[in-house]
Design a protein. Structure first.
Length: 332
């Protein structure tokens, strides 16, 4: 196993965790607890997979099962699906002032039921196989650019960035940076965070708390849906089912581990992506294969480390002060 292969696998494990953890941070910075990240990922992944199948069946060459255009459009569709799914949480938490924890738990139960029901209705199976692959390879992806193809073939440096990679990796990193800057440097981002800290004070200076909370939760849902499709496209052979291996819950833990801040969230995602990758590839790592530890041990490691870190840092929490509290206009 080469170092390049291992680093690529770590990045693939990291990317969905990073963007979904940021999704949780967006909702909570607006004052809404989004426990439905897992459900948003499942729903977004399912809609993205159905979209890929429909595009492939059109017979248009530009929308084939290996087309990067299909992949890009599927990412957009899955993000839109996640945003629409999150409106259920927004309405229940903001308009109905329902318990946000219960609402999020209900949505996590609803999403697998939707996927299984419509999977059986549309495809007569609960697991949706798309027969698509979107990985970029120097042999196939750059055939219409012979000079660049030859450059990638001849250069190990270019191979690292352009061979056996996914465009979603670069798109998600760029999106993560842009949204992080927007959240902390833009006027709207500042208003959104104010609604998660002291909504009454925010309202007193003319900020529409309801609108900001809808915005935060909708962005959160879109990122969760996007992360769900990225996960199945890069780690599950573009196969959708009623589970995303608990990544939504792990992303929530990474958000808390990262203290609700984008930079530390990214570092936490990198750490847990590394641990996940070690769990999958431990049998191929010489000194670890001799330990003969069960696979489940490595599955437990991220959660054990999260618990230890939370115990050690619970007094330094950066949790938004008004998260989970329904906004009451009359309260001061």
């Amino acid at each position: 196993m080469s170092a390049t292969f291992f680093i690529h696998q770590v990045i693939l494990c990291m990317i969905p965790l990073m963007i979904v953890a940021l999704a949780g941070a967006f909702a909570e910075h607006s004052g809404i607890i989004n426990l439905a990240l897992e459900g948003g990922m499942i729903f977004g992944a399912f809609i993205g997979a159905v979209f890929c199948i429909q595009m492939k069946d059109t017979g248009v060459a530009a929308l084939s099962s290996t087309s990067q255009l299909t992949y890009f459009l599927a990412l957009l569709v899955s993000a839109l699906a996640g945003a629409l799914f999150s409106l259920l949480l927004s309405f229940s938490a903001i308009n109905m002032e329902a318990d946000q924890t219960i609402a999020g738990t209900a949505l996590n139960m609803l999403a697998p039921a939707i996927v299984n029901t419509f999977g059986l209705l549309l495809f007569h199976q609960e697991r949706i196989y798309t027969a698509c692959t979107f990985v970029l390879t120097k042999e196939l992806s750059y055939s219409n650019m012979p000079k660049f193809q030859q450059a990638v073939t001849d250069s190990p440096f270019l191979q690292f960035f352009f061979d056996k990679v996914y465009i979603s990796t670069y798109l998600v990193i760029l999106l993560f940076i842009l949204l992080s800057v927007w959240l902390y440097k833009s006027k709207t981002g500042t208003h959104l965070r104010a609604c998660g800290e002291n909504p009454q004070a925010a309202a007193s200076v003319g900020i529409n708390v309801y609108r900001m909370r809808y915005l935060g939760t909708t962005i959160s849902g879109a990122l969760a849906g996007l992360g769900g499709f990225v996960y199945i496209a890069t780690e599950a052979a573009v196969t959708a089912e009623s589970s995303v291996a608990g990544l939504g819950f792990l992303a929530l833990a990474i958000m808390i581990f990262g203290n609700w801040k984008p930079l530390t969230i990214a570092l936490g995602a990198l750490l847990f992506g590394f641990i996940q990758c070690v769990g999958v590839l431990h049998s191929q790592i010489p000194f670890m294969s001799s330990w003969k530890l069960p696979f489940y041990f490595y599955n437990m490691l991220p959660y054990i480390i999260i618990l230890i870190v939370l115990i050690l840092t619970h007094r330094k929490s950066g949790m938004p002060k008004a998260e989970g509290i329904p906004y009451d206009k009359g309260k001061r």
